[in-house]
Design a protein around this ligand. Structure first.
Ligand code: A2P
Length: 272
């Protein structure tokens, strides 16, 4: 459910509607970037063990003058960990890195190790998920989910485990609107988070997006972020530049249905 700048998960947990993505932000820069994001009003920070910046992401959150319950922190289980004990161990490492008592959202980073994209790890994902269910029930994580999961990967968890993932974090941007996967997630009340909402910057030069941005007196990046929200997905834009960090949060406008249709028709820039 989406209301008043938050998405509400099936278990009632509220997630601020835009998250600050930290993929590709080195640990040395993460402290400054996250601090700036918090200063600018972000209350949702997304990291992962694999990003190797959890230490400074956590330190920035702890040092900032904000109550723990007022900031939503996500991290992810490394994609090569596909067993129960390994999951618990890696989770503990993440919590030590972050220096926090609990996590708001923990995701299986991918259905297969990044070094073996496409490998069938169904059984491993089920084992990892069972460990995550235990951590969730023990109150160490407020919500659990997955990332980069296709319909068949999700179906295996639904069929073999107790808790349906609350979240699936996937690449989503204008031109890559993942219609089928999105419909499946909606049907199972799985909230979709959009990573790379700017196609890692590649769509910002689109003439069509620029034209629409002019009409709304905003920037192409703001159109891209707003587009995700209006598609009921939660965008996680990443930037290390202060002006852009602020800009990416200022999306309080409405794209008309007609313009959404125009944006829907844009081709995937990465497939050209
Ligand atoms: P930088 O970090 O130098 O600001 P995505 O969120 O899709 O992964 O895209 C991130 C990329 O887009 C980064 O290269 C980032 O560069 C760039 N970027 C982020 N926000 C903006 C913005 N508002 N305007 C232009 N480029 C942006």
């Amino acid at each position: 459910m989406h209301k008043d700048h938050v998405f509400v998960l099936r278990n009632g947990v509220e997630v601020p509607e835009i998250g600050f993505g930290t993929w590709q932000i080195p640990n040395e820069e993460a402290y400054e970037s996250v601090t700036y994001a918090l200063k600018s009003g972000y209350t949702h920070i997304d990291t992962a063990n694999a990003y190797k910046n959890e230490e400074n992401v956590g330190k920035a959150v702890r040092d900032f003058d904000i109550a723990r319950e007022d900031v939503f922190v996500t991290s992810k289980l490394n994609s090569n960990i596909k067993d129960y004990d390994g999951t618990i161990e890696r989770f503990n490492e993440t919590m030590e890195n972050l220096g926090l008592d609990y996590l708001d959202l923990y995701l299986i980073h991918a259905p297969w190790p990044w070094s073996e994209v496409g490998k069938d790890c169904t059984e491993g994902n089920i084992q990892a998920w069972k460990a995550m269910e235990e951590l969730y029930k023990a109150g160490k994580i407020r919500s659990i989910g997955v990332s980069n999961f296709e319909i068949s990967d999700l179906q295996a968890i639904i069929d073999n485990c107790e808790i349906v993932p609350f979240v699936n974090q996937i690449p989503f941007y204008i031109g890559r609107d993942q219609e089928e996967l999105l419909a499946f997630c909606k049907q199972h009340e799985i909230m979709v988070e959009a990573y790379s909402p700017l196609a890692t910057g590649e769509i910002l030069n689109s003439e069509e997006i620029k034209e629409i941005a002019e009409k709304y007196d905003c920037t192409p990046a703001q159109i891209c972020i707003r587009y995700c929200i209006q598609k009921d997905t939660l965008p996680l834009p990443k930037s290390t530049h202060e002006g852009r960090i602020v800009e990416n949060l200022q999306v309080d406008f409405e794209i008309s249905e007609e313009d959404m249709a125009r944006l829907d028709a844009i081709e995937d820039v990465r497939k050209k």
